[in-house]
Design a protein around this ligand. Structure first.
Ligand code: ZN
Length: 198
């Protein structure tokens, strides 16, 4: 049943297709949008287009950035011999927020999940292994404490061990099944400091 006119329905439908947005929120957002000044909506749309066009993967760590090399990888003051492996750019942002980690990152963009048919070749694992050929002292595996995160951590540690590079896993201060981005900074720091060598 189409409660609203065609274009409005279409707008609601688009909002509802976004992650975490239900029908009610979609309606609220759609009504909000059509009540905004035209310039504001134009600005919003153009920022969205710009982000879509300009955001790419950092050539080093594969985080999302609008530069060839992201600001963290480009920062010479950071310790480039320590790489923290995270699942997503949002997880990376969570660790950055603590302000206490001065190494660099590697963003996998996912985790191994046999159930969902996601294998090692479907995430940025190869690229990480290539980075290990440079001067790397430690790899800190900070994938989530989900089944997929643990599977990925195990797989990674097996790959890294033969290289002789120190490989550690963040401590279990992070609750099982926990999504890194929602965990507070103190817990994240504790997990990082209590990391154990694998
Ligand atoms: Zn980078």
């Amino acid at each position: 049943m189409d409660l609203y006119s065609g274009v409005l329905s279409k707008l609601i439908e688009e909002f509802a297709s976004l992650p975490g947005i239900g029908q009610k929120t979609a309606q609220r957002l759609a009504f909000h949008m059509v009540n905004q000044p035209k310039e504001k909506v134009e600005r919003f749309a153009s920022v969205m287009m710009e982000a879509r066009e300009k955001i790419c993967y950092c050539k080093e760590c594969f985080t999302l950035t609008d530069r060839e090399i992201c600001p963290i990888c480009a920062d010479e003051k950071r310790d480039h011999s320590t790489i923290m492996v995270v699942e997503t750019t949002r997880d990376q942002a969570a660790y950055e927020k603590t302000g206490k980690y001065d190494g660099v990152y590697h963003v996998l963009h996912g985790a191994i999940s046999p159930m969902l048919g996601i294998g090692p070749n479907d995430i940025r694992l190869k690229e990480l292994i290539q980075r290990l050929e440079k001067d790397v002292d430690e790899v800190i595996i900070a994938t989530n404490s989900t089944l997929e995160g643990e599977t990925t951590a195990m797989y990674l540690s097996k790959l890294i061990k033969p290289t002789g590079i120190k490989c550690s896993r963040i401590a279990s201060g992070v609750p099982v099944g926990g999504d890194l981005e929602y965990i507070d900074e103190v817990t994240l720091l504790r997990a990082l400091e209590g990391r154990q060598e694998l």
